[in-house]
Design a protein around this ligand. Structure first.
Ligand SMILES: [Zn+2]
Length: 126
């Protein structure tokens, strides 16, 4: 398939990972009218992995949460993604955006072993 069910892992955070999308390519021109619903959805993601270090916004430098990965049981995103959508109009890829709009109000449920069963970025560049 080639396209994983994860988003928000930027090349700017890991310049050696050329397979990652560049944050600057995902900045929108105007606020998405649905962004409030999208942000609320992203914020309520369940934590599947976390580290103790803090994550700063690559654009404005604000602390945007811990190094944490959230999921709804299907998609995976870093905790800071909500900030990029809310503050910098980052647009989500259509499959993720459609998924979120179709799943408003649906409770999240993680698989038994999220580290194995969710789709994670592989970060293999070759
Ligand atoms: Zn920011």
């Amino acid at each position: 398939m080639g396209q994983g069910r994860y988003f928000g892992f930027w090349r700017e955070q890991q310049p050696t990972q050329e397979g990652r999308p560049a944050l600057c390519d995902w900045l929108g021109d105007a606020a998405d009218p649905a962004s409030e619903a999208v942000v609320a959805y992203l914020i309520r993601g369940l934590t599947v992995a976390a580290a103790t270090s803090l994550e700063r916004c690559l654009i404005c430098g604000e602390v945007i949460g811990g190094m944490a990965y959230l999921s709804d049981g299907h998609w995976l995103w870093p905790q800071g993604l909500a900030h990029y959508v809310a503050a910098h109009q980052v647009v989500l890829p259509p499959p993720l955006r459609h998924w979120i709009m179709a799943r408003q109000g649906v409770p999240f449920e993680l698989p038994e072993d999220p580290l194995r069963e969710l789709d994670w970025p592989t970060d293999h560049t070759k």
